[in-house]
Design a protein around this ligand. Structure first.
Ligand SMILES: *[C@@H]1O[C@H](CO)[C@@H](O)[C@H](O)[C@H]1NC(C)=O
Ligand SMILES: *[C@@H]1O[C@H](CO)[C@@H](O)[C@H](O)[C@H]1NC(C)=O
Ligand SMILES: *[C@@H]1O[C@H](CO)[C@@H](O)[C@H](O)[C@H]1NC(C)=O
Ligand SMILES: *[C@@H]1O[C@H](CO)[C@@H](O)[C@H](O)[C@H]1NC(C)=O
Ligand SMILES: *[C@@H]1O[C@H](CO)[C@@H](O)[C@H](O)[C@H]1NC(C)=O
Length: 349
């Protein structure tokens, strides 16, 4: 090694140490700069303003609702529009915007940090006038798993302790269905009409407005639980559109769900395979009816549909306050800068 190359080596080691030092300093600097920024992302306390109660039904916001009812800290729900300039997040439920019951506060100066949330748990066919709202919302809240705030109708959660589940006592009822807005052209109606041709009428119980056999909410689960199967048929088929018909009417009642809605793979992401029966698995209503009758006579196979109950239970979301409080628990995960330029396209994709 020549003196020159030794010098070069020493120099490059020196340069390396120097560069490492600079880089360390830069990282430290960035770290200190980022820290206050992170606090900015999630202020200690968040004020969530609900612009209009969904479907005109209001709930009390007395006290610290998110903390007292749902153990979510630092989350303050408001429904007084005069809080607009103080709100970190303003939530707009689409129904009231599209039917003119409520208007966006476009005339008010919008605080730069404030985010607007578009909220709807309805399927696309119930969301009208969407393109009028392009370019205004930062986040979406919907039953869709790809929404910024995913708000399903229900989900399975692990039980704290596993415990044996007792299947409710069954009576002479093979299939139950609750339907209010029956429409001939809907797929669920067609499947039902086919199905009833292959099942004795006395084994089918249909409740709701359509058959003029209304079921009071307090009697819903006990009535359905007497039946072996429940038709958890959605009114329209869309990705992730799986409603209380599955979670409450069927799984919570203790009746095996026969589902019609999005494809089977969509249900499989939310439920074990042996928790439900998907209509797409059958080439005809006759075959489906035959399968249900077979299970009715094969107790062991039927009971297998309840195995998941030992380790899991259903959690449903029904209280709008709880749904709104989850905005705070999700806040740190939400994208900082986002605008829905094509809300219509997003909802209908
Ligand atoms: C957050 O809210 C709590 C409860 O109202 C209050 O005691 C606390 O001072 C607030 N923190 C900030 C930073 O505003
Ligand atoms: C909303 O807030 C304003 C200003 O604080 C107050 O005057 C008004 O009474 C509130 N409205 C309701 C319905 O509480
Ligand atoms: C769309 O909004 C207009 C008001 O801007 C309203 O008159 C109309 O009824 C709405 N259409 C639908 C389908 O909701
Ligand atoms: C769950 O099991 C543990 C240990 O067996 C017990 O201490 C606890 O009380 C149980 N919790 C419930 C909710 O049953
Ligand atoms: C929120 O949306 C509004 C309206 O499009 C936009 O002007 C604003 O920059 C967005 N805010 C953030 C933080 O992305």
């Amino acid at each position: 090694m020549t003196i020159f190359s030794m010098g070069y080596l020493r120099c490059s080691v020196g340069a390396l140490i120097f560069l490492s030092f600079i880089s360390l300093m830069l990282h430290l600097l960035l770290f200190w700069q980022l820290k206050p920024n992170q606090d900015h992302v999630r202020p200690q306390n968040l004020t969530i303003l609900l612009w209009q109660w969904p479907f005109g039904v209001s709930y009390s916001l007395k006290g610290n609702v998110c903390w007292e009812m749902f153990s979510i800290p630092g989350c303050f729900l408001k429904d007084n529009q005069s809080m607009f300039s103080h709100a970190d997040v303003v939530v707009f439920h689409h129904q009231e915007l599209s039917n003119g019951c409520s208007m966006l506060p476009l005339h008010l100066p919008r605080p730069p940090r404030q985010r607007w949330i578009w909220l709807s748990l309805e399927p696309p066919l119930n969301n009208h006038n969407l393109s009028a709202f392009n370019g205004l919302f930062n986040w979406t809240m919907s039953y869709r798993s790809d929404a910024d705030i995913f708000m399903p109708y229900g989900k399975l959660v692990a039980k704290k302790n596993t415990s044996t589940y007792f299947i409710p006592q069954k009576q002479n009822c093979l299939v139950a269905w609750v339907v209010s807005h029956y429409k001939d052209q809907q797929k669920r109606s067609k499947v039902y009409q086919q199905l009833r041709k292959h099942i004795p009428a006395e084994l089918i119980e249909v409740y709701g407005h359509w058959t003029q056999r209304p079921l009071a909410d307090k009697n819903l689960l006990s009535t359905i639980s007497r039946c072996l199967f429940y038709l958890a048929f959605e009114n329209s088929e869309h990705k992730d559109y799986i409603t209380e018909k599955l979670w409450r009417n069927s799984l919570q009642a203790g009746s095996v769900p026969v589902v019609l809605g999005p494809p089977k793979s969509n249900y499989e992401r939310l439920l074990p395979l042996d928790a439900f029966i998907h209509v797409d698995d059958f080439s005809s209503a006759k075959e489906l009816a035959g399968f249900l009758q077979h299970l009715a006579s094969d107790r062991k196979s039927y009971e297998a549909y309840f195995r998941w109950h030992d380790s899991h239970e259903v959690k449903t979301y029904t209280d709008w306050r709880e749904r709104l409080c989850t905005i705070c628990s999700n806040y740190h995960k939400l994208p900082m800068h986002k605008v829905y330029q094509d809300l219509y396209g997003w909802v209908n994709k």
